[in-house]
Design a binder for this molecule. Structure first.
Ligand SMILES: [Zn+2]
Length: 364
């Protein structure tokens, strides 16, 4: 797959997925957001680093939110032999970490490669073989000779660490594997749908606002602070949602290739029912396949967005991704393109009367 053979959409998704953006250090992703949509409206930042791009327009304020951060780590200490001990930023499972590559975003500005240290089977006791190592027993091997050498590279306590990714198309065409599809697929859908709605020639009856939020993986913090600037009348939260087409999982609601997921609820937010049904029927009208989901676990930026001010109707639209929160998540590009089409159509169709109808509680 040569670089020149990538479509613009695929090439943008690749850039986004490979960019480093652990929580609180989303700079590389932020740069891409500026580059792609900074010229399509007025750009503001909240105090934590979220980007808010407000297009010109009249009508209800429709926020498209996606989070820029990915699960990562932070340097906790450096020992005398030059090992880097770390704490997780976001939800990691010990099973997926040993012997994985990472990049330490050193204070010096250098990116220092490392590998999460792993005992070979030769040194494992029978009891050790059967258990999952906890993260506080793991360290990063940067290949240093001692702590002096680590310090000479400008690595400091507190420096952020990102998983090292490799973007690859699988043998089955249109299926891609990389780190960080949670939530770079959401950022990509947000960028593409926002731009397409503004340049597609349709006259809009709402005011689209793109929000690239920080720090979702540590508690949806950027979506909360960004809301003070974006002042949403309606929120569309874009996610890389965990695919459930796994062995032993019945009642599937996020199967790769079966379309974007419309999430009704998870423990952190109930989507506005009328908005969900409206989105579902719009998808049907446009011939876009969707999967409706009721999730027993998980959470998204809807958790903080829907509680902004006196309450905001929200809906969560996700591109299913297998193995999220690992170095090797997997998506079907068709789901991604369908999510862009669906969100663009929503922005084109939303107007005052429609948005108001979602909160007409006195008529029920
Ligand atoms: Zn996410």
């Amino acid at each position: 797959m040569s670089e020149s053979s990538l479509s613009p959409s695929l090439s943008l998704l690749k850039d986004l997925a490979l960019a480093c953006g652990p929580p609180g250090a989303e700079g590389e992703v932020r740069k891409i957001v500026h580059r792609e949509i900074g010229g399509h409206g007025s750009v503001q930042h909240d105090g934590l680093g979220s980007v808010i791009v407000e297009a010109e327009g009249n009508g209800p304020r429709v926020v498209l939110d996606a989070h820029m951060d990915e699960v990562g780590f932070c340097v906790q200490s450096i020992d005398e032999e030059g090992r880097i001990w770390f704490v997780p930023l976001g939800g990691w499972w010990g099973h997926v970490l040993l012997a994985q590559r990472v990049d330490i975003l050193a204070s010096s500005g250098r990116k220092i490669p490392g590998s999460i240290g792993c005992k070979p089977p030769h040194f494992l006791s029978p009891a050790e073989r059967d258990k999952v190592l906890s993260l506080d027993q793991m360290y990063i091997d940067v290949g240093a000779r001692d702590s002096e050498e680590v310090l000479s590279w400008g690595i400091k306590v507190g420096d952020p660490i990102a998983p090292r990714g490799h973007f690859e198309e699988m043998a089955s065409p249109g299926r891609y594997c990389c780190k960080a599809f949670d939530d770079r697929v959401g950022v990509g859908v947000m960028i593409e749908a926002f731009r397409a709605a503004l340049t597609g020639g349709a006259s809009l009856s709402c005011q689209p606002i793109a929000v690239a939020a920080v720090q979702e993986e540590v508690g949806c913090r950027g979506a909360k602070t960004a809301s003070h600037l974006s002042q949403p009348d309606l929120g569309i939260i874009l996610e890389g949602t965990p695919a459930d087409d796994l062995p032993g999982m019945p009642r599937r609601q996020a199967v790769l290739g079966q379309g974007p997921q419309i999430r009704f609820m998870d423990p952190t937010a109930l989507s506005n029912r009328k908005l969900v049904r409206w989105t579902e029927s719009l998808a049907e009208k446009k011939g876009i396949p969707v999967q409706i989901a009721v999730r027993k676990s998980g959470g998204t930026d809807a958790s903080t967005t829907h509680l902004h001010g006196s309450g905001v109707p929200t809906v969560v639209i996700g591109v299913p991704a297998r193995s999220i929160h690992t170095h090797s998540s997997m998506i079907d590009f068709e789901d991604y393109l369908n999510a862009i089409e669906l969100v663009k159509s929503m922005v084109e169709e939303l107007d005052s009367a429609t948005v108001e109808s979602f909160t007409h509680y006195d008529e029920e």
